[in-house]
Design a protein. Sequence first.
Lengths: 116, 111
Amino acid sequence: DAGVTQSPTHLIKTRGQQVTLRCSPKSGHDTVSWYQQALGQGPQFIFQYYEEEERQRGNFPDRFSGHQFPNYSSELNVNALLLGDSALYLCASSLAGRIRRNYGYTFGSGTRLTVV
Amino acid sequence: DAKTTQPNSMESNEEEPVHLPCNHSTISGTDYIHWYRQLPSQGPEYVIHGLTSNVNNRMASLAIAEDRKSSTLILHRATLRDAAVYYCILRGGTSYGKLTFGQGTILTVHP
């Protein structure tokens, strides 16, 4: 049973460019969340998608946007990259009815983004 | 979101029990206590969760204080593979699907 799959695993971009990261949720899951993890810090919530809509958003600027497709996979887009956007980007999936506080999420291994 | 406090780091020897503490003095009555761990170069992994009663699963045990202001994650026999950052997270009704991670506890396991 495949878990959460993220691509690419590593990426190097230049300041000001745009980037798209991809996530396939665990089989049977329909909800996808994205997190940003700076070096030495805990993951920070970016947003969550369910039924192809953004359901909840963290404290991130509009440069960060996302999309969920009918097959539940998701993309994270970041425009006008800054050096501070360098981080590990994590995708987590769950089943909609179980995103309440008594169920766990399945995380992918992340995409390491370096902005130079 | 209610805040949790964990020690920055802890050390253990292989095959010994490990008790990882978490303080959450502002916990509300409907907050669940979740634990995740993150191994090097991997995403976080769900470990266990509980509300009021102690919980056991194949990975660990969760002991919750009677007043719920603190909890302890117990690894019964630490292995080298348990070396990771352990996060204690509260999930309440207002947080919807969001997980709020703190700094976590870095667990080092010595052979």
